[in-house]
Ligand binder design. Structure first.
Ligand code: SAM
Ligand code: SF4
Length: 336
């Protein structure tokens, strides 16, 4: 009989304590590096219900997950999302879960920031790649910068800590990184830069978008003093402190620096597919064992079996000879 409280330890001795759950594949934006403009979304019947998502997250929490991040698509466009978040907050109250958080594009924060804070959410990651309204609209296709500013203001009022995530895009925002750094630190936000990853077919060419963060760091070092610091948020970012602003800057470098050796994460999609690595295709279906019985025994066994297949690492490559993306699914499926 499977013990549904067994901790999840992979073949490389890494303990899985961080779960990212994509609660929807839908979004109110269409960012150029993330989605094609006319995306086909999943039929609703394939989605886990909010009750199923709660059961699934709870099974992972019973198996040692301490940090839970909801993502998407845009997590806050999932219908009745607060019902799920309110329910999951019981694990914060019991002390089993240390952090419940989410990654959002910010557009729905005016509506939800206070409710999130009331549920024990302390921090949110808000994705924002530019402070130029026209460029913002170009990147997100459907988004307006003011929506995000309003969301950030609502987060501040609700007392939520904010980290800004920006994807570094060659020719698009590469010359805005310094102004963004000053702005974010001036507002009291950490800023994390992310390299574009080759996930899913998009309309443009990723080779044209790819900007190694080693280059960004070198450029910033010309005007700023960057000091490596051991600060960790449970994710893959490596942080530096910027002397001149007094703020923190994180680098997520899946392309130039493999961070897999300390990976403590797995991801579940809104259809209940478990991905043991963002950069690999191997996956396990958890929806079937979840729906097969009301007990969590089969589900827990399926999770244990999958964790034993967690690969050592990913191997993203972006080059001109390789036409297809390294991984066929879009980021909106696993949520980053
Ligand atoms: N909609 C929410 C948002 O934008 O924050 C959550 C989901 S979104 C897929 C999560 C993060 O993935 C965002 O910060 C986004 O910028 C990033 N992202 C999307 N596609 C990416 C790609 N191909 N490479 C790197 N980051 C990507
Ligand atoms: Fe939507 Fe986030 Fe993807 Fe942009 S990055 S299209 S906001 S899911």
């Amino acid at each position: 009989m499977n013990d549904s409280n067994t901790p999840m330890i992979d073949p490389f001795g890494r303990m899985v304590s961080y779960l990212r759950v994509s609660v929807t594949d839908r979004c109110d934006f269409r960012c150029v590096y993330c989605m094609a403009e006319n995306m086909t979304f999943l039929p609703r019947k394939d989605l886990l219900s909010l009750e199923e998502l709660d059961r699934l997250c709870t099974a992972f929490i019973d198996k040692g997950v301490k940090k839970l991040r909801l993502t998407g698509g845009e997590p806050l466009v999932r219908k009745n999302i607060m019902q799920l978040i309110e329910g999951l907050s019981r694990h914060l109250d019991s002390g089993k879960l240390e952090e419940l958080t989410l990654t959002t594009n910010g557009s729905q924060l005016p509506k939800y920031a206070q409710q999130l804070a009331d549920c024990g959410v302390k921090r949110v990651n808000v994705s924002l790649d530019t402070l130029d309204p026209d460029k913002f609209h170009e990147i997100t296709r459907w988004g307006h910068l003011q929506q995000v500013y309003d969301g950030l203001a609502a987060a501040k009022t609700a007392g939520l800590q904010v980290k800004i995530n920006a994807v570094a895009l060659k020719d698009v925002n590469e010359h805005e990184i310094e102004p963004m750094l000053k702005w974010a630190h001036g507002e009291g936000y950490d800023l994390t830069l992310i390299e574009t990853m080759p996930l899913g077919e998009i309309d443009g060419d990723r080779v044209d978008q790819y900007l190694p963060l080693s280059t960004v760091r070198e450029r910033l070092s010309e005007n700023y003093t960057l000091t490596d610091i051991p600060y960790k948020t449970g994710g893959p970012a490596r942080y530096v402190e910027i002397k001149e602003t007094g703020g923190r800057l994180g680098f997520i470098t899946p392309m130039t620096h493999n961070f897999c050796e300390s990976c403590n994460r797995v991801r579940v999609t809104c259809t209940g597919t478990l991905f043991m690595c963002l950069g690999q295709e191997d996956a396990a279906d958890l929806r079937e064992p979840l729906r097969a019985s009301e007990s969590n025994e089969a589900l827990s066994q399926a999770i244990d079996d999958a964790i034993l297949r967690k690969p050592k690492g990913h191997d993203f490559i972006i080059d001109r000879d390789k036409i297809a993306p390294s991984v066929g699914r879009h980021m909106s499926m696993t949520g980053g």
